[in-house]
Write a protein that binds this ligand. Structure first.
Ligand SMILES: Cc1cc2nc3c(=O)[nH]c(=O)nc-3n(C[C@H](O)[C@H](O)[C@H](O)COP(=O)(O)O)c2cc1C
Length: 340
């Protein structure tokens, strides 16, 4: 059995004794240590090569780490050595911010789910850029960008522009996060008018920056809690404005799948197995409208090969996971990639 095959029986019981956020901080801290030579050789994981080309980028395999796990890029080299085909870092904001008061992360153990209301706690975009500059990981890196809590929604575009300009030369794609349910009113940016305003401005900026020689694709990440009409309007805007990719989905505010379970009444975004069916449904709806004109990234409950194939069948070219890493450890990456 590989080192990481022992995670569910040996490591998870210890980690799950800790408060979820302390467990997360410890994992990232450990990751920053294990990512250095010579330890990285001992703790890396070999996975099968399953190369794909999406958005003009060459990925070693379709499975990536979803945004939110390594918001500040502290453990890039370690996470990259576990076999992910890409890492999405962030969400970062122009200025560092603390996020919502703790506790703000809850395990829904019996459903393999997580509720979080972190609220974009991060060390600020400059800190992330330093970590990006120092990385050794050669795989694809995306950066998820957002707005500071204190920035009024009407000025949100300024925050996205600041982050975009700072990360542009240090990453392979940029994800526009307008779907996090834990930053006040952020999801209102998914409405047709503000969305078109935001994307148009970011596409214009991308055009200017790309004139310098390097085209960095722009991806929009959407919520699972949109109506069919809202989804249609988003797809329409993404097609018209030639967005490079769509990620479906972020966490859900719905509690239907976990009603009555411990912590189910905590507010925030729900992820993991309870999100899986809805996230796949949204992905399929987006695919039905955009077809192969915009590549799709499928996220939400990817926790094994069956869930991964479901997302591919629904139209995803790339996949991401977060919660399954918490419940199953690094072995889940190999289980999925080797069998894709
Ligand atoms: C604790 C936590 C923090 C997250 N933070 C972010 C974030 O900063 N930006 C973002 O786009 N998504 C964030 N997400 C959402 C994930 O990227 C992903 O879309 C969601 O968890 C569904 O995937 P999963 O079911 O594999 O966890 C976060 C998720 C969790 C559990």
């Amino acid at each position: 059995m590989s080192l990481y095959g022992l995670y569910p029986s040996l490591v998870r019981p210890l980690i799950f004794c800790l408060d979820p956020e302390n467990a997360h901080s410890l994992t990232i801290k450990l990751g920053s240590i294990l990512g250095k030579e010579p330890l990285i050789k001992l703790f890396s994981q070999q996975v099968a090569a399953k190369p794909v080309e999406v958005m003009g980028l060459k990925f070693n395999n379709p499975l990536g780490l979803a945004a939110g796990m390594d918001k500040n890029g502290d453990a890039i080299d370690y996470l990259g050595a576990l076999g992910f085909g890409h890492l999405e870092l962030g969400t970062v904001t122009p200025k560092a911010q603390k996020g919502n008061p703790r506790p703000r992360m809850f395990r829904i153990k019996s459903a393999s789910g997580i509720i979080n209301r972190m609220g974009f706690n991060n060390a600020g975009v400059d800190y992330l850029v330093k970590n990006l500059q120092q990385r050794h990981y050669q795989g694809i890196v995306g950066v998820s960008i957002g707005k500071n809590e204190t920035t009024p929604l009407d000025n949100a575009v300024d925050d996205y522009l600041i982050c975009m300009n700072k990360v542009y030369n240090h990453c392979d794609y940029i994800a526009i996060n307008i779907s996090c349910p834990n930053t006040k009113d952020l999801t209102a940016l998914q409405e047709a008018e503000p969305l078109v305003k935001l994307i148009s401005r970011l596409k214009e900026e991308q055009g200017k920056l790309a004139a310098g020689g390097r085209y960095v694709p722009l991806v929009v990440k959407i919520a699972p809690d949109l109506t069919t009409t809202q989804l249609e309007a988003i797809c329409d805007a993404c097609l018209r404005l030639k967005i490079d990719g769509i990620t479906a989905t972020n966490t859900t505010t719905s509690r239907d799948a976990i009603y009555g379970l411990p912590h189910a009444s905590e507010w925030g975004g729900l992820s993991g197995e309870p999100l899986r069916a809805r996230a796949t449904e949204v992905l399929a709806q987006v695919h039905a409208q955009v077809g192969d004109r915009i590549p799709l990234i499928g996220v939400g409950g990817v926790n094994g090969i069956i869930a991964a194939r479901e997302k591919m069948a629904a139209g995803a070219s790339l996949l991401q996971l977060y919660s399954a890493f918490v419940y199953q450890g690094p072995a889940v990456i190999k289980d999925i990639v080797d069998n894709l």
